[in-house]
Design a protein around this ligand. Sequence first.
Ligand SMILES: C[S@@+](CC[C@H](N)C(=O)[O-])C[C@H]1O[C@@H](n2cnc3c(N)ncnc32)[C@H](O)[C@@H]1O
Length: 251
Amino acid sequence: MTGKFDTSSGTQWLTIPENVNPRVLATREGYDLWSEIYDSEQNPLILLEEPEVKFQLGNVHGLSVADVGCGTGRHAIRLAREGAKVTALDFSSGMMGRAKEKAVGCSVDFVMHDLRMPLPIPDRSMDRVISCLVIDHFHAAQLPTLFRELGRICRQDGFILISVMHPAMLLRGVQARFADPRTGVEIRPKASTNLVSDYVIAAQIANLPFLALSEHTMDVGIAAKAERAQKYIGWPVLLMMKLAPQGVSNI
Ligand SMILES: C[S@@+](CC[C@H](N)C(=O)[O-])C[C@H]1O[C@@H](n2cnc3c(N)ncnc32)[C@H](O)[C@@H]1O
């Protein structure tokens, strides 16, 4: 068994890579390529995450929702069909192109945008702000700025819901990845090795109080649907954060 120490977050920890030779692409380029198969994969992380997001958001009818890093519109389109007024941002034309194709008959305001820039959404205009499986593509040092933006656009009585691959997956050498359908080579859109503490500290710096923080392990039911998840049964694979906007106490 081989391993390496990663020091990018200032912490030394041993990783045990499952594949020592993935091809790492710039994040946007990676997702443009992934968009071709993103919706057709039986992605176990998504199978685990989707019901959690639905549960946490509850009834969205009549609410304004920002989907920050919407990808192929997995959440944005469902929420719009349930009566939410959705603004969906992403910088991958491949991912957003798929989302637009699927969004026939429902109105989603799709905006091409690099989330490293200030969000093109007015202050306190959104009842719900979601960012699902996106923020692991941000370095720890970039997170507080993004979190501040999420808080800025969220109404005082609203909340922010964030999901991310659990940092414990880094211990297995796993980051966002897919197999290139043409070559079978594992492709990784560039991601960061953030720890749980990086996310917690970013929320604290951005002055976003935690309403909930939960860690989810892979379960047998999902692993039965997605063979590749078998080896993660019982392992933390998903981290969810529910945050209040700035200036709201969580007590
Ligand atoms: C794993 S996908 C998740 C998509 C969708 N939220 C979902 O859960 O299915 C990550 C998305 O984040 C987007 N993304 C990553 N970094 C970004 C950035 N700096 N600006 C805009 N979008 C970004 C990617 O283009 C990709 O669509």
